[in-house]
Design a protein around this ligand. Structure first.
Ligand code: BV8
Length: 251
């Protein structure tokens, strides 16, 4: 691993532009369960794809609202880990580095990461289901009476919903377009903590590869990305990222 760290640090140092793609794994060491882990205990009888869909919300708005309220509360109780902080250091060394995340928590931002693109929205934010004031009609959760679940939109009375992208919903166009563009112009793409299952986010490393980028993966497991990665650092990101920063500073 030591040699792989040194070689990866050298590749990052030489890179003209690095883009970082993250999934739930980067938040794992903060104690945020990955998407599939989040269904332990009382939620275990559900399949994530059965809760994170517009159909599930229409079928049982209270159940879906309560699941997100539980996850929002959990996300609010945890802190960024060493991996998130290392990405802040990476951005200081490589200022053009953009972080494209599938995660709906705000741990990248809380660790001081700049220029974070959320492909799947943010769990801390809620919006009017009908986007009655324009898309998106974000509502400050602190101003609504959460006794009713889901609470009504203060403007039109429709249900409020989490400002996340559900399965079968399109991703925010501007976020996705910018992510694609970045992968086309980056010569190193650092893919951290994603199983590479969910599209279209999972297509981004391939876009980079097609445009000549070096794909570096950090994940303790094999993933759908591993087969196209030039380097697979098979370890937790909270351990590897600080070592990479140390090696970058060593020069
Ligand atoms: C779309 C927000 C166009 C919500 C999320 C069939 C029918 C209908 C649709 C589809 C279909 N087949 C494919 C699709 C498209 C679908 C899709 O990809 N489905 C999957 C299940 C196959 N995608 C969509 O629907 C997208 N929209 O395509 O629109 C469209 C329109 C109409 C019809 C069809 C298509 C929308 C996708 C966005 C869904 N929303 N999140 C919420 O959070 O509640 S996705 C959610 O799951 C997460 O955001 C994350 O992106 C994804 C995966 O979650 P996890 O598995 O937990 O995390 P991850 O994958 O990142 O895995 C964890 C990894 O970390 C593992 O590899 C592990 O080894 C590693 N790890 C663990 N510890 C560490 C670590 N790594 C580093 N360090 C560690 N310490």
């Amino acid at each position: 691993m030591e040699q792989a760290i040194q070689e990866t640090a050298k590749r990052l140092r030489e890179a003209k532009r690095v883009t970082v793609l993250t999934g739930a794994g980067v938040s794992k060491e903060s104690g945020v369960p990955t998407f599939r882990d989040a269904l332990e205990g009382l939620w275990s009888q559900y399949n994530p794809e059965d809760l994170a869909t517009p159909q599930a919300f229409q079928r049982n708005p209270k159940l879906v609202w309560d699941w997100y309220a539980m996850r929002r509360e959990m996300a609010g109780k945890v802190s960024p880990n060493a991996g998130h902080y290392a990405l802040t250091e990476l951005q200081k060394l490589k200022p053009d580095t953009v972080i494209v995340t599938q995660n709906v928590d705000d741990l990248h931002e809380r660790a001081g990461n700049q220029d974070v693109i959320h492909l799947h929205g943010q769990i801390a934010r809620v919006r009017c289901y009908d986007n009655c004031q324009g898309s998106p009609t974000i509502v400050d959760l602190a101003t609504v009476d959460a006794m009713q679940t889901p609470p009504p939109c203060p403007h039109c009375g429709a249900y409020l919903r989490p400002d996340v992208v559900w399965f079968s919903e399109s991703l925010p166009m501007d976020a996705l377009a910018r992510a694609y563009e970045l992968c086309k112009i980056s010569d190193v793409i650092l893919v951290i903590g994603t199983s590479g299952i969910v599209s279209p986010a999972s297509e981004l490393p391939q876009v980079g590869l097609k445009h000549g980028a070096t794909i570096i993966e950090i994940n303790p497991q094999y993933s759908m990305i591993t087969r196209i990665a030039h380097t697979h650092l098979e370890a937790p990101s909270g351990q590897v990222l600080p070592l990479l920063i140390e090696a970058l500073h060593a020069e």
